[in-house]
Design a protein around this ligand. Structure first.
Ligand code: NAD
Length: 470
């Protein structure tokens, strides 16, 4: 027998939860909602993404930077990390957050039913799960993504870790090769470096963090190299093999062929959508050639009754908060409100130390779209707070529209940049100019003051400026 619902949500991650809760609230618990999930509740972010990676970065930064002499008068003692216990702590934190923020939460919404299983589409409004058939007025697809594995000879045979599996290991690899210098490779790479592994990152392009502002990614690369990380850029991995318990990568660069011997390999070469077994063709849902679902800004697919949100949707960034916003926009439209996604005012952060936080246009993007822009870059050493923290590694760059001073992009490489990028996000979203930033009194001494100082750099030489000058 076919069961009918107002909304079926396929997925159990950030987009699906945000959508289910919003739909429940908007309909005042009236809409009948079925959420169908596969795998641990909460999806990528809480289980194998943001939460475990940021936890490990907190732990590893604590270990690594406690050993660095920053201030006079402190004698550095011995620190004894226990990797097995660290990973146990990480897994407990994941379990706790999954329980409190996902598993227990659904109980508070009487109109949301939850079902475990793999979904297939039968038609434009009918789906099947383990022999049962369900129908809905509207369907939201929020099935997420998984690591995409490059076709490298020998890789499947010798085995590798991904951002799905690395959280299960209990012994620290002596030497690890990471394939890919995007957010995942850099964050996990720095965490393992700080825990004591030797880390070599192999990247196909000639730079790291390819979606970031160029000068900041160069600076970050230098920082990471100074800490001991090695990069092999513009590299192709020909094949991999195992010998005497070690994994050996054959790498081709401009220098020729070289071999790299490691204990473990982490593949961090991007993610692909979990849409391949949904039979979307039966639902008339259009996808790109690599399986991402195509939507309009209302998150509606080519089938007007079906919406999509999260990592399975075709777009530039895969972020937890963006997925949740897309889920919210989708169900708001399903329930009669008119909402559109805004992809420009979305902050993104690579959580290395220092952190690389970014919002709005890159310089190159703005020039490509509008022909010209004006940009200024300041060093962290121009921020008084950086002096007293004894941490001057970093840069802040502002991209403005040259005719009216309107801020269109802000990019910061700084400790805790994730905590102040929201000022930049609001400034860009609400059309503020550099004058608006300069005229706003900032707390002193803070790193967020760096945004104001970067704005001031358009009107005066910040190298010859005393504290708090407007
Ligand atoms: P990515 O696409 O950001 O980076 C992958 C990198 O791997 C690229 O630099 C690419 O050139 C390189 N690459 C691809 N194939 C290669 C090969 N065969 N050999 C060498 N290099 C190769 O992907 P990611 O880092 O895996 O992250 C996946 C997604 O998750 C991204 O959208 C990312 O933004 C998101 N994410 C975000 C955060 C965050 O916001 N802090 C953290 C982790 C992941």
């Amino acid at each position: 027998m076919t069961k009918n619902y107002d909304i079926i949500i396929i997925g159990n991650g950030a987009a699906a939860f945000a959508a289910a809760i919003k739909a429940s609230e908007l309909s005042e618990n009236d809409a009948s909602i079925l959420m169908i999930g596969y795998g641990p509740m909460g999806g990528t972010c809480v289980n194998v993404g943001c939460i475990p990676s940021k936890y490990l970065l907190e732990v590893s930064n604590t270990i690594f930077y406690s050993k660095q002499k920053r201030f006079e008068g402190i004698e550095i003692g011995e620190i004894k990390p226990d990797f097995r216990n660290i990973m146990e702590g990480l897994r407990n934190t994941v379990k706790e957050l999954r329980k409190n923020k996902y598993e227990e939460v659904l109980k508070a919404y009487p109109n949301i039913e939850y079902l475990e299983g793999k979904v297939r589409f039968f038609s434009t409004n009918e789906i099947g799960v383990d022999g049962k058939v369900f129908k809905a007025k509207n369907i939201l697809i929020a099935v997420g993504s998984r690591p995409s594995i490059p076709n490298i000879e020998g890789l499947n045979e010798i085995g590798y870790l991904t951002s799905n599996t690395i959280w299960d290991i209990d012994s620290l690899p002596g030497k690890i090769a990471i394939i890919g210098a995007g957010a995942i490779g850099l964050e996990i790479g720095q965490a393992f470096l700080h825990l004591g592994s030797q880390v070599v990152i192999i990247e196909a392009l000639n730079r790291i963090a390819p979606q970031s502002e160029y000068e900041l990614s160069q600076y970050l690369q230098n920082n990471l190299e100074e800490e001991g990380m090695q990069f092999v850029l513009k590299a192709r991995i020909n094949k991999v093999k195992k010998a005497a318990g070690k994994k050996i990568l054959e790498i081709v660069t401009a220098r020729g062929k070289e071999e790299l011997e490691v204990d473990e390999i982490l593949v961090a070469t991007g993610r692909k959508p979990n849409t391949d077994q949904l039979m979307l063709e039966k639902a008339n849902v259009e996808t790109t050639s690599n399986g991402f679902i195509v939507t309009n800004k209302r998150m509606q697919t080519s089938n007007p009754r079906i919406y999509a949100a999260g990592d399975c949707v075709s777009k530039r960034l895969m972020l937890e908060t963006l997925a949740a916003r897309e889920g919210t926009v989708a169900v708001s439209n399903i329930l009669g409100l008119e909402e559109e996604m805004d992809y420009l005012h979305v902050p993104s952060v690579i959580f290395t130390y220092p952190q690389l936080a970014s919002v709005g246009y890159l310089e190159s993007e703005y020039v490509n779209e509008y022909g010209k822009c004006s940009c200024n870059l300041i060093k962290l050493e121009h921020i008084p707070k950086a002096h007293l923290m004894k941490e001057k590694r970093g840069l802040i760059k502002i991209v403005i529209e040259p005719t009216n001073g309107k801020i269109v992009g802000i990019h910061a490489l700084a400790p805790y940049a994730s905590e102040f990028i929201i000022e930049a996000t609001l400034a860009i979203r609400f059309g503020l100019t550099i004058k608006d930033l300069i005229d706003t009194v900032h707390a002193f001494p803070t790193l967020s003051e760096g945004i104001k100082i970067a704005a001031q750099s358009f009107v005066r030489n910040v190298e010859r400026m005393s504290c708090c000058v407007e």
